[in-house]
Ligand binder design. Structure first.
Ligand code: ADP
Length: 643
């Protein structure tokens, strides 16, 4: 409170300072004034001392845990500074009236200049010491106890009102009860104690528990034995026994131990499971037990100290009746003694349980599962996409097939006149040959030689007519795309034969130049022929208006080491440069009756065969359409998927 007031006046001073120029002139005056005020504030917050008295040595595990709980709870601040002082009576190694007097004098003199505001005692012996020597040892100072059993407190005739705390109760019977349930074969209950004062006290408490278990097991007391003999006996027990021990400070030979040290030795020597009352034993090799928690006792006492230092009256504090106990169990011992895991109550604290894969790596496992799911989702999506694309491609192919077929029908329609002429010609020849033969038969002369020639002509003409029909049928029928090797030279010759009459009808000339070697392509021969017919018919359209000497079209096949190609060139007006980029688009046409599909279908077919089709206006005039397939992998690249 004083500090706060001073601080307030401190800040008030700062705000009341003269304006900037003066502050600049004498900053050191301001600093000195502030320092002075600060010093006064610090000396005003008086340090409150807390004396913590433990009975045993500094390193007793219980003391360490109590002290830890106490120190983490007691609040200290600039406003309410607290100093903790630990003292250790070092029983049972030291004791007796004279020792008590010496320690009392020592403590009173030592803390005369720093009198405690509260005394905390670490267990029942420390409490006894304070109660017995209180008159000489800060009699007015309240005493807070930790780790004092309720039964012990009850045995004190009149506990002063300013000596208080939360008592503990060692739940011996529950621990033994639990042990007998976990080890159903156990028929013998073995209690081990030592020879110190504390040890004897425990022996008394354990004796008091015996009647409760008499009908369930025979009870054996190993009290005050020399450690060596004790460990030997424990080694002989076997699986039908259960051991309970609080450990001991002094054995039958008068050797000193901490209870935990003795418990550890017992647990490693015993051929039966060992149980105990202190949570400080966990990890020493004992199975466990129902225990109060030492750190919690320290924290509880810390809370009480805080309240007292804050000015609360002891009588006003609402304290729990008793410190709670919890069942503690060492997982490694559960395994060692074959305890049924399902028989461990859910509220038990299980120590040293190796974390399962999930507990130890659950972050990694969750991350892995997420990655796995994402991957699975991605794969599913890709599969779906692939299937989707396949279906789309199939539909696309079907459409291309239909379109190519329709385009062939259109071409044949365009050629009807010349085809009729192609067929009529041999039919007419056959008829006149037949007439001539008839006349010869009517004459008496033997003209068998001539008749044979006539018959040969008839056969040839018939074959010619039927060849035209065969080729037509091939163009017209809807056939599945094929994948066969064929020579481009043959295709060009065949195309020229089919178009011969049309070329003649239009008064044009179609020159073909085949390659000196074969130019083999693998794919659908009819489709490639269709491409050529389209290109030549376009060329015929392009030269239609020209004088007869310029109505020439050249189709040439070339076969190089790296490529095979067909070029269709004419001497027409060429392709207008602005149209060049569009002529392969569907429905692009410059002709009044055109459909604009021929070139787009042609390019699709060529590309489906792994080739390229492009157009240009060569320097000499006219248009040049060039189809090229790589020679080396022409076979590999060509495909039957063209339609
Ligand atoms: P269509 O012949 O029905 O017009 P195409 O796809 O076969 O459809 O041709 C598209 C266009 O390309 C033609 O309208 C024409 O303008 C141009 N074209 C094609 N071949 C030639 C050629 N040899 N010379 C000049 N232009 C041509």
């Amino acid at each position: 409170m004083t500090t706060n007031l001073r601080r307030r006046s401190n800040s008030a001073m700062r705000t009341a300072l003269p304006p900037t120029p003066l502050r600049l002139v004498c900053p050191w005056v301001v600093a000195a004034a502030l320092a002075l005020v600060g010093l006064q504030a610090a000396s005003a917050a008086e340090t409150r001392n807390v004396l913590v008295l433990y009975a045993n040595s500094r390193l007793l595990p219980a003391n360490i845990k109590l002290d830890h709980g106490l120190r983490e709870t007691i609040r200290t601040s600039a406003d309410r500074p607290v100093a903790l002082f630990d003292e250790f009576l070092d029983v049972p190694r030291f004791g007796g009236q004279a020792y008590a007097r010496t320690v009392t004098t020592y403590l009173r003199d030592k803390y005369a200049t720093r009198p405690p505001a509260v005394i905390v005692v670490g267990n029942q012996e420390a409490l006894s010491f304070v109660l017995e020597n209180r008159a000489a040892l800060f009699p007015e100072v309240p005493v807070v106890f930790m780790s004092a059993p309720k039964s012990f407190l009850r045995s004190i005739p009149a506990l002063p009102a300013d000596v208080f705390g939360v008592p503990i109760k060692y739940d011996i019977s529950s621990t033994i009860d639990q042990a007998l349930r976990w080890h159903p074969r156990a028929r013998r209950l073995v209690f081990v104690t030592g020879t110190g004062v504390w040890d004897r006290g425990w022996e008394g408490w354990l004796q008091a528990e015996v009647p409760g278990f008499k009908d369930r097991a025979t009870v054996e007391f190993l009290a005050g034995m020399p450690t060596a003999a004790l460990l030997k006996r424990l080694g002989e027990l076997g699986g039908d026994s259960v051991v309970f021990t609080p450990g001991y400070f002094k054995d039958g030979d008068g050797r000193n131990f901490t209870p935990r040290e003795s418990a550890e030795a017992m647990a490693s020597a015993a051929t039966a499971p060992v149980y105990g009352p202190f949570d400080t034993f966990i990890g020493s090799g004992i199975v466990g037990g129902r225990m109060p928690n030492y750190a919690a006792m320290g924290r509880q006492a810390g809370e009480i100290v805080n309240a007292l230092l804050d000015g609360a009256a002891p009588a006003a504090l609402r304290l729990p009746e008793i410190m709670p106990t919890t069942l503690n169990v060492d997982w490694r011992q559960v395994r060692r003694w074959g305890i049924d895991e399902t028989a461990i109550p859910g509220d038990a604290i299980v120590h040293f349980r190796e974390p399962g894969l999930w507990e130890e790596h659950h972050n990694e496992l969750i991350a892995g599962a997420i990655v796995f799911l994402l991957q699975a989702a991605l794969i599913a999506w890709l599969l779906f996409e692939r299937r989707h694309r396949r279906l789309a491609e199939q539909a696309n192919q079907k459409q291309r097939f239909e379109l190519a077929h329709a385009s062939r029908l259109a071409v044949v329609g365009e050629l009807t006149g010349s085809i009729a002429h192609e067929i009529n010609q041999p039919l007419g020849a056959i008829l006149s040959n037949a007439d001539a033969a008839e006349l010869m038969l009517e004459s008496a002369a033997d003209r068998r030689g001539e008749l044979r020639e006539i018959l040969a002509d008839i056969r040839r003409d018939d074959l010619r007519a039927s060849e035209v029909i065969r080729r037509l049928r091939l163009l017209l029928t809807r056939h599945e795309a094929e994948r066969q090797a064929f020579d481009l030279n043959d295709v060009v010759i065949e195309m020229a034969t089919l178009l011969r009459s049309e070329v003649q009808r239009r008064g044009m000339s179609l020159d073909i130049q085949t390659a000196p070697t074969s130019a083999t392509l693998v794919g659908d021969r009819i489709q490639v022929q269709q491409v050529l017919i389209n290109l030549v018919l376009n060329a015929m359209d392009a030269v239609a208006d020209l004088p007869e000497n310029r109505r020439t079209i050249l189709v040439s096949v070339s076969s190089r080491a790296d490529a095979i190609a067909i070029a269709v060139s004419d001497r027409g007006h060429g392709i207008a440069p602005e149209y060049l980029p569009q002529i392969f688009d569907s429905f692009f046409t410059t002709k009044p009756q055109g459909m604009g599909l021929g070139l787009s279908i042609a390019r699709t077919i060529v590309e489906a065969h792994g080739g390229r089709l492009h157009a240009e206006n060569p320097p000499g005039g006219g248009a040049l359409f060039r189809i090229e397939w790589p020679a080396t992998d022409a076979k590999a690249k060509s495909s039957a998927e063209t339609e």
